[in-house]
Design a protein around this ligand. Sequence first.
Ligand code: PGA
Length: 257
Amino acid sequence: MSEIWPRRPRLVAGNWKMHRTSAEGAALSGEIAALVRGQKACAVALCPPFPAIEAVGRSLRDSGIHLGAQNMHPEPQGAFTGEVSGSMLRGAGCRFVILGHSERRHGMGETDDVVARKLRAALRDGLTAIVCVGETLSEREGGQTAEVLVRQVRTAYDGLPPGTARQTVIAYEPVWAIGTGRVATPEQASEAHRVIRATLDRVVGAGTGAEVALLYGGSVNPGNAPALFAEDEVDGALVGGASLEAASFWRIVAAAS
Ligand code: PGA
């Protein structure tokens, strides 16, 4: 996928979580496509729930907006009731997959090791992974932010060749900022991104950190996006709530462009 994945691309991805039926998703993605069309400075992706993926994909056809999913199982197929594989997502038109979102780590018991297995599976299946990392409020208040980020990044990336790691995206999403309206300051986001880049340099190879796109996620909205994107360290955003409304999502894309 290197042909459309340059060094450290700017990317704004919408994570719809468990919102929108396929009909609603097709309508929303159609509105977003009409606004985003022609904008080339920043890659854009929408990650609807599984049942809406194909309808959203149809409404995004020729729009230049990429399709993504919010999760996948590490195995290619098998007796895993309720799960979907990376090849199924590719077959449904997905380019991206979000892995290790905090709502899965903390709500569904997804461990660092499971995220690492999913990352390898996504790479095997030709998907661009958006690997989410981030500390809880108590970890931040306990001075453990860097330690948590290092552990999550190291477990996910240990053993990956640099050329492969560069084909992924990392989203720094402090758990205390997700869906709370409490956004990290641009300085907090930059500081965390520097920790993540330094960890990639150590774990994968020198220079890797500078080449991986790092998104910030957690209560991004059109008001706070410009200050976040003004940081050299911030290459884009993973947007939850504000991606469910076409105009607000578009204003965030415009701020990144
Ligand atoms: P939020 O969600 O923008 O609603 O805080 C972000 C995310 O969970 O990816």
